[in-house]
Design a protein around this ligand. Structure first.
Ligand SMILES: [Zn+2]
Length: 238
């Protein structure tokens, strides 16, 4: 009997799935911001991590850099933004997280002294101890600009939070991405999918089937669990 218990204990240690029960990041984060360029980027790249952190008592805020103004064919910018704000609200309700949006415009995002100041102001208001944002050399310009502004705010704030990058549509939008951090999302994959499906205007079924389903399974293989999300941690440069 003792041998069986020992075997079960050792098996648990090596499955990696024990991670599903553990406090993420050692439980050190009390407040997390996820800052994505478009409604559905945070959910696609890190929705499972948002849900798990929230479930573990971390305060989570999903920040939308634009409102996806250019993302619905045949709709004006105002019409599309109105639709996509309702979608992101529904997604955040599913995930149990707070949301806020910034004032950049989809497809027209910009880096100016005022925009640097705006991102730093957001950080000062929210006071996160960790921020997750997009990979700074993604294919989409809005993703890159969002990431660069977050990176700058990280430096300007005196590295007041830990910074991680997430991936979206890897092989298409995200490339050269070599993760150093994995989160087991096996137990929350259904809820993540439910959140993604709130973004009806973005054909979530197609995007999931073409990209994120395979990504979650592949990252899961790397992390020895069923499904995972992967991140790159930004190290201090000075
Ligand atoms: Zn995007």
């Amino acid at each position: 009997m003792k041998k069986i218990i020992l075997f079960l204990f050792i098996s648990l240690l090596f499955t990696g799935c024990a991670d599903a029960q553990n406090k993420l990041f050692g439980g050190k984060y009390k407040k997390a911001l996820f800052i994505g360029a478009h409604p559905d980027d945070n959910e696609s790249g890190a929705g499972g991590t948002m849900i798990r952190l929230q479930q573990q008592g971390c305060e989570v805020v999903s920040v939308y850099f634009t409102s996806g103004e250019a993302g619905i064919k045949g709709k004006s910018y105002d019409e599309a933004a109105a639709i996509r704000r309702e979608e992101l609200k529904a997604a955040c309700k599913v995930m149990g997280v707070r949301y806020r949006w910034m004032t950049q415009i989809d497809g027209n995002t910009e880096i100016t002294p005022e925009r640097y100041a705006e991102m730093l102001q957001l950080i000062k208001e929210e006071k996160p101890d960790v921020v997750f944002t997009q990979w700074p050399i993604d294919g989409h310009r809005d993703h890159r600009i969002c990431s660069v502004l977050v990176f700058d705010a990280w430096r300007q704030s005196g590295y007041s939070f830990d910074l991680y990058y997430y991936e979206v549509e890897t092989g298409h939008q995200t490339r050269n991405f070599d993760p150093d951090t994995y989160v087991d999302i096996s137990d929350v994959a259904d809820k993540k999918l439910e959140a993604l499906n709130c973004h009806k205007s973005q054909n979530p079924d197609v995007i999931m089937a073409d990209w994120h389903n395979d990504m979650e399974l592949f990252r899961g293989k790397q992390a020895s669990c069923n499904r995972a999300e992967a991140f790159v941690k930004q190290w201090k440069s000075e």
